[in-house]
Design a protein around this ligand. Sequence first.
Ligand code: GLN
Length: 271
Amino acid sequence: MTLEQWLRQSALPKNEARMLLQYITGYSRVQLVTQGDAEMPSETAAKLEAVAQRRLDGEPMAYILGEREFYGRMFTVNPHVLIPRPETEHLVEAVMAHLPQGGKVWDLGTGSGAIAVTIALERPDAEVRASDISSGALQTAQSNAQYLEAAVEFSLGSWFDVDRPSEPYSYDVIVSNPPYIEAEDEHLQQGDLRFEPPAALTDFSDGLSCIRELAAGAPQYLKNGGWLLLEHGYNQGRAAREILKANGFVKINTLQDLAGLDRITSGQWSA
Ligand code: GLN
């Protein structure tokens, strides 16, 4: 079979079939066209069929390819980490807008490290720390930081309870994209989410328990005047604002994503 014949008979959407073909052959987009009539070695065809079947079984493209672009850079991803979402690029921008020159930022539940690594690279003046409860995630984040040459300090642990303790009252910004999907949300049983680490998606409760925990713990680590920025579900804006208010934050504000949905809530800590 030729490359072109395989593309034509594949049950996958054309763009995905092309991406898998490039992944297996190592060809560029241009080479896919110029080599379209070349016969595939049977070994290549077998590898291609195997990855195509994984995709047909629902596995996310990002896990099959082992990477996903975030803020213009490629991040290694695997089933230990959530696949970075474009919405989270807004969170990175919001952090940078609140981060003073030479400021300190802590990304809790860093996953692939997309947030922390991007901030460290975009703002080399900043001091960036990242933590995660999952050692598989932390290793992935560390290898992303190493490969992309980002200076990030990592620690293992659950939210504020980390193995290398953070200095109290020292952060300008605390940021997190925590698990915020409700335990019963049907989306957990659909699409890419079926393959992502459940503990990165849901709190196995009402979707707000990690937001409560972050809002309660952050004041211990924020400087007076520092900011907490949290990503949350499209229907959690009001709840997130109430939680921040109840924990003493001021200047509370919710930002929308490109779809116009509530996505990020920020608040300032004023002791
Ligand atoms: N935004 C993701 C989704 O709805 C969830 C990410 C998260 O739980 N932090 O697929």
